[in-house]
Design a protein. Structure first.
Lengths: 344, 344
């Protein structure tokens, strides 16, 4: 069996570590692997399939002879190094937002639009975490019944904002009685002017605001969903909120379909969908929650019910690990698709 | 000035204590006050305007000579004692769900349908906390632009489930690294078969499930909103979720209006609405959050923006203290309206 030279750019970050674990767990056919990071993290050691590797500082030449480069080190790093990797013959799978809306770059969730990888010109973008889990849940409904409108409100974990955000939640949580006056320096956005406590709070801001009053996170959900689903006429309305949850994004998704299936039919569509697990038994209090989804591969869907005032309206509660299917797993699945389709 | 004999039923609970504080703070014209509870809580002492009162066990005769009785001691207590109070000439303002959907009982949020108090036959119901804050925010939009559809996802605090839920959140939060295995015995519903940790989690169940897959909390929002707004044709779709927040419910509200106002016009409507405070300046990261709303009287609204795919669609982020405007304050405002309209 053919095997491949793989690079992980941003290997010491939360998503980079998950990428390494997914490559191991899924037994991806790796010939050689190189772990890359900024000079600050270079020198750290990483164990991959029992062998110890030293993290190297990324330079353009790091990508010589690399077949597949998985990037998750921030948008500016991708902008700088992804073209260098492509120039040297690698296919870049980029988990940042740098190239997602570039018309020349496919934006891929394998369960939804795997065939788009064939259009790549060197870079394939991995969507935003909150987008990935939503489109996995909705694609079967789109295919079977047609999808005209999405209204989504998210309940997002702090791990999406990095390890500093997790540490901030931890330290704030230890001081229950002082929640209103807790010190904050990371959330909602590290570089923003104002910071708010996340423990015992809900912050309706993820990423910076755009000029239209939406945040970049909300605009990502709106624009990426249309691109992945190849439907500019699909109506998408999103509100993104950060919660005191460590890992696992939840989404309250309301959809309007073109058809009028029964609830049982919608549940059956979800149950049959690849990568998705139906978890929906109200009489036994069975529904997904972020605490139980953390560390798992699947997109979990529950609380499916029909709008009592509109038979084309349905509610879904969609939960998944934002670092796994929301980032590392999806990237590795794209790499697997490249192998399967003999594109690398 | 005329003054009134007042009773608080459920005086030792979280809402009962808030009712007492609101009567003091708003200087309600109290002649005599009696604090009532179950035999378990009888004998406790409560200070009202500098005078100490002993909580008495409620019996039917407790309501002799009472003009206004504020009830917040659970639905079965209201079912038992509210008719006894009415029989003795009191007007009951009931904060439980016992009578809310009774056609003979007005369901009142003074900012929205104060005039309905005139239709009372002894009992006036106080709506569910999550309903109250939403209708306060939406009434000005309904009046000015017409309202056809609401899709709401809630982010609700544990204090709505009582002091045991607060204690459970506190003890679970102290053990950050053990979140997945934290002991739980209160949430989502004390009497339910299964309990889940709330710290670092989001539970998509508030109250028990009904046969149609919705929870009672969701059905309350749907049915009560239509009743308060006097509009059976209004489409209301709700998903209710419990969060690791102590006090302050947040709501991601998406509405479709009949008209097409600008965002500036919608903001102006909200800014002018009674009981509502506009808190919406994305460029300075100004938006409401539960930690800052706890302990305050107002319904705070921010993140107002127009649906990019539908000019009649608008998003609002609505936050308020679930024990204050969501319960005690609204009840006391109903009492004030009874005085103002000379109904008592």
């Amino acid at each position: 069996m053919k095997s491949y030279n793989v690079a992980i750019m941003g290997a010491t970050g939360a998503v980079g570590q998950q990428m390494k674990e997914q490559l191991e767990k899924r037994n991806f056919p790796v010939k050689n692997i190189v772990f890359l990071a900024s000079s600050r993290s270079a020198g750290q050691e990483i164990t991959f399939k029992g062998k110890t590797y030293t993290v190297q500082e990324a330079v353009p030449e790091s990508f010589e002879n690399v077949d597949i480069a998985l990037f998750s080190a921030g948008g500016s790093i991708s902008e700088k190094f992804a073209p260098e990797a492509v120039k040297r013959g690698a296919v870049v799978i980029d988990n940042t937002s740098a190239f997602r809306m570039d018309k020349e770059v496919p934006l891929v969730v394998p369960e939804v639009n795997k065939e788009d990888i064939r259009l790549h010109k060197g870079i394939i973008a991995n969507p935003n975490c909150s987008t990935i889990q939503m489109v996995c849940a909705l694609q079967p409904l789109k295919e079977q019944y047609g999808l005209s409108k999405i209204v989504v409100s998210t309940y997002q974990a702090v791990s999406g904002a990095g390890v500093n955000a997790i540490n901030e939640l931890k330290s704030q949580s230890a001081d229950f009685d002082n929640a209103q006056n807790a010190e904050a320096s990371v959330l909602p956005v590290k570089s923003a002017d104002r910071h708010y406590p996340i423990a015992f709070n809900a912050i309706p801001q993820i990423d910076q605001f755009t000029d239209n009053g939406y945040t970049y996170e909300e605009m990502k959900m709106i624009n990426e969903t249309k691109k992945i689903m190849h439907d500019d006429t699909l109506s998408v309305a999103a509100t993104c909120v950060r919660l005191p949850v460590v890992t696992g994004h939840s989404e309250s998704v309301y959809v309007e379909l073109e058809g009028v299936p029964t609830v049982a039919e919608v549940k059956q569509s979800i149950a049959n969908a690849p990568g998705v697990e139906l978890m929906d038994d109200p009489s036994n209090q069975v529904y997904p929650m972020p605490l139980m989804a953390a560390g798992k591969d699947e997109v979990f869907v529950g609380r499916i019910r029909q709008d009592l005032d509109n038979p084309q309206g349905f509610h879904l509660w969609v939960v998944s690990d934002n670092l796994v299917k929301g980032a590392a797993l999806n990237s590795v699945q794209i790499a697997e698709a490249l192998v399967e389709e003999q594109i690398v």
